[in-house]
Write a protein that binds this ligand. Structure first.
Ligand code: PLP
Length: 387
């Protein structure tokens, strides 16, 4: 009998939580009003949207007026960086960011540079962290904004956000963080961490896909990215995704309520997996051993081929990835692993296993039971791969 599927790729996307689904159902059926309509169903939709905004704001320790809903993390990152480019004075650097960011940040920074903005890309250390010293050095020249992610999607490494935001502010720059992987998984208080702008995305913490948001500290007014009917206080037009926002709020509230309990469980699954995998010859943990997301384990294997290993795991019903879902299918080594100084041959052999609340110790056992054999098979089939 085939064994049931193991889903351990929560950094790519998490299953929709029951709480989110139940909260959304009315707004996918009877409560279909447009929040801009003045009659009763419209007013009810508007109320649901504003309650969702308040719940999201509460989760991040900020005010509802500082939350703007978007179509997800990518849009929020694009919006934040465009704001930096607009804000930069002539000759000033628009954005200081780092080489391990998600492409939603890096490709936007590249595009802004093509449009004439000055952009600086910092390196990361071998654990995938941006050092406050390297940021301070980069900020010897003025910059409009610093953008460093809260947690890396490929390595799970947590960045020293509070320290980096303090460096940014000391140099007169704003601080944006892509918190897409961190939100709902680790405590994130916008005020306490000194964050000016923060991107988040519902589908990484049990909400639906295609909805997220940008926190923008009050007093800052980014230019709209999308123009139209003037929704989201004129800054993000388009009829609001009411069900999406309601589902996101329910998922985030639940993730925050259960955060400590989940983090303890996930860290124990993660550490058990890491111990088992590191017993396989030629395996290495990537990212920080100590400062990493609770459910996140990532590795490289010598003399293997990443895509072949994923294929074999998939045949056994095990859903994991090589790093970021977005770069899967391309044989290019991960830009994140290269930025950490991992040689290209090894960076092509990455495995990322990311757990969620429904994963069990039994599933970790099943992954560990098949992995050594599958790695040996790949090594046999590709004897010259991954030096
Ligand atoms: N930023 C990071 C760190 C991510 O991991 C992702 C998704 O993989 C995104 C941004 C993009 O978010 P979304 O899928 O909501 O556009």
């Amino acid at each position: 009998l085939p064994e049931p599927m193991i889903y351990a790729d929560h950094s790519a996307t998490a299953p929709l939580s029951r709480a989110a689904l139940e909260a959304m159902m009315p707004y996918l059926s009877g409560e279909f009003g447009n929040p801009s309509s003045a009659y009763a169903p419209g007013r009810r939709a508007k109320r649901a949207l504003e309650q969702a905004r308040a719940a999201v704001a509460e989760a991040f320790g900020v005010s509802p007026r500082e939350i703007y809903f978007t179509s997800g993390g990518t849009e929020a990152d694009n919006w934040a960086l465009r704001f930096a480019a607009r804000r930069a004075r002539t000759g000033e650097t628009a954005v200081v960011t780092d080489a391990a960011e998600h492409h939603a940040v890096l490709r936007t920074a590249e595009q802004l540079a093509k449009e004439g903005a000055r952009v600086k890309i910092l390196g990361v250390d071998s654990e995938c962290r941006v050092s406050p010293d390297s940021l301070r050095a980069a900020l010897s020249e003025p910059a409009a904004m610093v953008s460093v992610m809260a947690a890396n999607n490929e390595t799970g490494t947590l960045m020293p956000i509070a320290e980096l935001s303090a460096c940014a502010h000391a140099a007169g720059a704003l601080f944006h963080t892509d918190a897409v992987q961190a939100a709902g998984h680790i405590p994130l208080n916008g005020k306490k961490l000194g964050i000016d702008l923060m991107s988040f995305s519902a589908h990484k913490f049990g909400g639906p896909k295609g909805v997220g948001g940008l926190f923008v500290r009050s007093g800052l007014e980014p230019e709209p990215l999308i123009f139209g009917g003037g929704q989201e206080r004129g800054l993000r037009s388009g009829t609001e995704n009411v069900a999406g926002a309601v589902g996101m709020a329910a998922a985030l509230a639940e993730a925050c309520r259960e955060m400590e309990k989940n983090a303890r469980r996930l860290a124990s699954l993660r550490d058990e997996l890491i111990r088992g995998v590191l017993a396989i010859p030629g395996s290495h943990l990537t990212g920080s051993p100590a400062n990493r997301l609770p459910g996140h384990a990532s590795f490289v294997f010598e003399r293997t081929e990443g895509e072949a290993l994923l294929f074999l795991l998939d045949q056994r019903g095990i859903c994991v990835s090589s790093g970021s879902a977005c770069s899967a299918g391309s044989a290019e080594p991960s830009h994140v692993l290269l930025a950490m100084g991992i040689p290209p041959e090894l960076a092509r052999c990455a495995l990322r296993v990311t757990f969620g609340p429904e994963n069990t110790p039994g599933e970790v056992g099943r992954i560990l039971a098949v992995l050594p054999e599958l790695i040996s098979r790949v090594r046999g089939a590709y004897p010259s791969a991954g030096a």
